[in-house]
Ligand binder design. Structure first.
Ligand code: ADE
Length: 226
């Protein structure tokens, strides 16, 4: 899977891919992350990227031309499964979208700043608009890292244990059950007996019932979707 990410602050996207699971996935060439600095397409001597919005109002808007040229260059060289704009006014991202996107080969991510991007870019190029939650961030870089991470870990070979991603919270619209590791008793707090029993069927039943209990309590909206 290749991620081509268009950003005005590419430095913000360095660290998330330089450690742990994503770093290994890049080294193993299971994923490739290309961060494209939009400034290279800026206009005039100042390499301008944003301008005042028509109709007035606070906040700058990312101009159509630099983004259009950058996107056209990428499109001329590659085929994209989706061209995604990350924005708080997009559709809410979730695990089932991550699952779907993980089946593709190449995604383009467009990251906004300021008041967002000129609507014409959305009309001309964007195939999917996603928000990572009902709050506003300063730019699309953190949401992009969220997308790359959540999609990559579903691709075979990225995480060590192939079944592990399937038992994550949100697969099946259930939250994950509690997990424990050694010691069996810490400061008077014991690990549930069933997990020490070695009885696989009872353990599986306990995990499912704990998942259901947690989901009903914490996320009844998810439970109702089951
Ligand atoms: N950019 C700013 N806030 C965002 C959000 N919540 N989701 C996606 N992109 C964003």
């Amino acid at each position: 899977m290749v991620f081509d990410i268009i950003s005005v602050v590419p430095e913000l996207l360095r660290s998330p891919f330089e450690h742990s699971i994503l770093q290994r996935a890049i080294k193993k060439e299971i994923i490739e992350v290309n961060v494209i600095d939009l400034r290279a397409y800026g206009i005039g001597n100042n390499l301008q990227l944003d301008d005042y919005q028509y109709g007035g109002g606070a906040g700058m808007v990312m101009m159509v031309e630099p983004l259009d040229k950058c996107i056209k260059t990428l499109k001329a060289n590659n085929d994209y499964d989706e061209i995604i704009y990350l924005t708080p006014d997009g559709k809410t991202y979730n695990q089932s979208l991550a699952n779907r996107l993980s089946l593709g080969n190449r995604l383009m991510l467009i990251l906004g700043h300021y008041k967002g991007i000129d609507q014409r870019i959305r009309d001309m190029h964007v195939t999917m608009e996603l928000s990572i939650g009902d709050y506003v961030l300063s730019g699309g870089e953190l949401p992009a890292a969220v997308l790359v991470d959540s999609i990559s870990r579903l691709i075979p070979g990225v995480i060590g244990d192939g079944t592990s991603a399937l038992t994550d919270s949100h697969q099946d619209n259930l939250l994950a059950p509690p997990v424990y590791t050694r010691p069996a008793i810490y400061d008077g707090h014991a690990v549930p007996d069933v997990l020490l029993s070695g009885h696989d069927k009872n353990i599986a039943e306990w995990r499912l019932s704990e998942s259901e209990r947690k989901t009903k309590e914490i996320r009844p909206d998810l439970y109702d979707k089951k």
